[in-house]
Design a binder for this molecule. Structure first.
Ligand code: FAD
Length: 553
């Protein structure tokens, strides 16, 4: 009987094992993990620390017994794979409780060893009270530490999605949380202005958010706990520290076995998840993949891709080959009642790829119609290709209905959809769920207006650039008085038809309002009257996100 060994028994490995058994009864499948558990929900760990999930057993999606009984998959936990001998097709194992070593032969090997937390060479990272969060025992230790030491404060190093989820959960347990983030924004995949609502929310919920500052080191605090030192020279105390500055693909086995690694440091695989050795596959956080549809190399340590890659590898091993489509970077994170989500390209990624054939629109629609109670705004940024209109990416932040819009856009991107498709999408509507013109329809309509030449956009980034232009604020005088773009002239939309004679015909007029809708109406009016009008997308709300120092007054 042909033998398949899978190293790593969580997202990618467990999916691969179960799928393979569903395809092939005739294989001997062995799943090996050095931890005590297989198929556990690492995505749930922050919520277990925060006591939102109260029972540890709820984190166990499947047990070794279930794998054995239901799927006839041999599971070896607390077993570390020390080495892969490709010439002899054997793996060397160490039973961790006994220390005993042995060998196990394979015909096909799957590497699903995940990623490990990045640990920079800084002083104090091995002190008691410093944690990373990857496993159930890690979360148990953090919970135990808080209980035992009556911890009242924590520092989270890194403002990525695990850092943010942990900040929320530690705060949920009553700890005073500080986030130290080297970049000038949290959730780095987002464009900076889209992270701004997250910054506001974190600060509003009492998190001490230190952006643009890195950890310099940790020391024991003579008064108890840890003394945190940052690169800017700041020092403060914390009862515990959580290291969440990212993960690195776990490639030790692959490297030592002589498998090819990609330029980003992940295991290199082909579209069928095969490594440079045809008998060895690799899936999950450990591999380097291509983005879809732009075919750039990427590391994307997320559960969805790991699961899908596990299934692809299983199908290929089972003799039903199909390619992995690639990753779009669809991700979501909850932060103190706000949801931030994205899919596809961001302006950052487009600029990094040297692309200029794109346009963007911002909008701030309610998640459902305004007349139904509790409509919450969603900050949306849609990126699309010029002139084709292909949807390139969507970012959204808000309290409700955020991930639904991003999920629709994710599918549009995967199907090669355009803004004209978004404009025409037939989406769910009843007053409590959306609007007859859903936020995504509206995003598509604005973008389609741009491509059809009905609307010319200006870029907020060009506000300071030289050029003969007049900035026109079409909001009501009270709105204007409470804050406006420096130098803007105020003519409320309702007066514009009568007062258009006050505007110059030889200059571009860049109009804005609060969110972009009234200025669009102003644009249509001015264009038809022969003015050179442009719309500043997303209105004053977008201006404030781009210039947060103004919103903090
Ligand atoms: P893993 O699930 O990490 O599994 C790898 C396994 O391999 C580990 O159990 C490890 O012990 C084992 N292993 C490694 N080397 C060896 C060896 N030599 N011998 C034996 N065993 C070995 N993703 C999302 O999409 N959404 C989320 O909300 C989300 N939240 C997360 C929250 C946390 C706290 C963490 C840690 C991750 C989160 N992720 C989330 C990421 C997601 O969990 C990972 O992308 C996914 O688990 C990767 O799957 P994988 O199979 O590649 O690796």
């Amino acid at each position: 009987m042909a033998k398949v060994i899978i190293i790593g028994g969580v997202a990618g490995g467990a999916s691969c094992a179960a799928r393979l058994r569903r395809q092939r009864e005739d294989l001997e499948i062995t799943l090996i993990d050095r931890g005590k558990y297989v198929s556990f929900a690492n995505c749930g760990l922050p919520y277990y620390v925060g006591e939102v999930i109260t029972e540890e057993k709820k984190l166990l999606v499947a047990t070794p017994e279930l794998f054995e009984r239901r799927f006839n998959i041999r599971v070896k936990v607390e077993t570390e794979v020390l080495a892969v001998d490709r010439a002899r097709k054997v793996v060397r194992l160490k039973d961790l409780p006994s220390g005993r070593e042995s060998e196990e032969p394979y015909d096909t090997l799957v590497l699903a060893p995940g990623a490990g937390p990045v640990r920079p060479p800084l002083p104090g990272l091995d002190l008691p009270g410093v944690f990373a969060l990857r496993t159930i025992p890690d979360s148990r230790q953090i919970r135990g530490w808080i209980q035992e030491h009556h911890t009242t404060s924590a520092v989270v190093i890194g403002g990525g999605f695990i850092g943010l989820e942990m900040a929320e959960n530690l705060a949920h347990r009553g700890l005073k949380v500080t986030i130290v983030e080297m970049l000038s924004q949290v959730m780095p995949p987002l464009d900076p202005e889209m992270a701004e609502p997250l910054h506001e929310r974190l600060r509003a919920r009492g998190v001490d958010l230190r952006l643009g500052d890195g950890l310099a080191g940790l020391e024991p605090d003579p008064a108890g706990g840890l003394r945190v030192k940052t690169k800017s020279g700041a020092q403060f105390s914390a009862g515990l520290a959580l290291l969440a500055i990212g993960v690195r693909p776990e490639t030790k086995l692959a490297k030592e076995a002589g498998l090819t690694l990609g330029p980003l440091g992940g295991i290199q695989v082909d579209a069928e998840m095969r490594t440079s050795d045809p008998a060895i596959f690799a899936v999950g956080d450990a591999v380097e993949v291509l983005t879809y549809p732009s075919h750039r190399r990427a590391l994307l340590p997320l559960a969805g891709p790991a699961n899908r890659q596990g299934r692809v590898a299983a199908d290929v091993i089972a003799g039903k080959p199909r390619p992995f489509r690639g990753v779009q970077g669809t991700a979501v994170c909850g932060v103190f009642g706000l949801t931030a989500a994205l899919t596809g390209e961001t302006e950052k990624s487009l600029k990094a790829a040297d692309r200029s054939d794109y346009a963007k629109v911002y909008l701030h629609p309610g998640h459902h119609v305004a007349y139904y109670p509790d409509a919450k705004p969603i900050y949306l940024k849609l990126l699309f290709e010029r002139p084709s209109g292909k949807v390139l990416g969507l970012q959204a932040v808000g309290e409700e209905g955020v991930e639904k819009r991003v999920d629709v856009a994710a599918m549009a991107i995967q199907m090669g959809g355009t803004v004209f498709d978004l404009e025409e999408s037939e989406l769910c509507y009843a007053p409590q769920f959306g609007a007859a013109k859903d936020p995504l329809n509206v995003a598509g309509m604005i973008a389609a207006n741009v491509l059809r030449g009905d609307l010319q956009l200006a870029d907020w980034a060009d506000l300071e650039k030289e050029g003969d232009k007049l900035i026109l604020d079409v909001r009501d005088p009270a709105e204007y008085a409470s804050g406006h773009v420096p130098g803007a002239v105020n003519i409320p939309l309702n007066e514009l038809r009568a007062r258009s004679g006050e505007l110059p015909k030889d200059k571009e007029i860049w109009a804005y309002c609060r969110v972009g809708q009234r200025s669009y109406y102003a644009n249509r009016l001015l264009l038809q009257k022969g003015f050179k009008a442009r719309n500043l997308p997303g209105g004053y709300l977008t201006y404030l996100s781009l210039n947060p120092e103004n919103s903090r007054g």
